[in-house]
Design a protein around this ligand. Structure first.
Ligand code: CU
Length: 121
């Protein structure tokens, strides 16, 4: 997952997508996924996942379990998520102006729900 900033300097992205077309990562109940976050922007991003905790990875070692992790500029960081809580869960930067501009997506179980469904925080 790429954390990016558009050249305008005020558009923040996940995999180069903005808020109007958010990233959805499809998972299935019972699996464990690894999210590798690659911060290609020059700012810190406190990335927060709803509905789950995740476990930081340091090489093959398992790190602490949290629901928010700070990623430094140009840092790459991996977390493991046990998918044990079905729903549509927001995953976003906790700097709200980054989130509002597009640094937000969804971790969703199974097939995506209809597009017009409102996503609440
Ligand atoms: Cu941010």
């Amino acid at each position: 997952m790429t954390l990016g900033m558009r050249p305008s300097g005020n558009e923040w992205t996940l995999n180069d997508r903005l808020a109007a077309d958010p990233l959805r990562v499809r998972v299935e109940k019972g699996e464990t996924i690894r999210i590798v976050m690659d911060n290609q922007s020059p700012m810190w991003h406190p990335m927060h996942l709803h509905g789950h905790t995740f476990q930081l990875r340091a090489g093959e070692r398992r790190g602490v379990r949290k629901d928010t992790v700070n990623i430094k500029p140009r840092e790459r960081l991996s977390v493991d998520v046990e998918c044990d809580n079905p729903g549509e869960w927001m995953f976003h930067c906790h700097n709200l102006y980054h989130q509002e501009q597009g640094m937000m997506g969804v971790l969703g179980y199974g097939q995506a729900p209809p597009r017009n469904r409102h996503m609440s925080h």
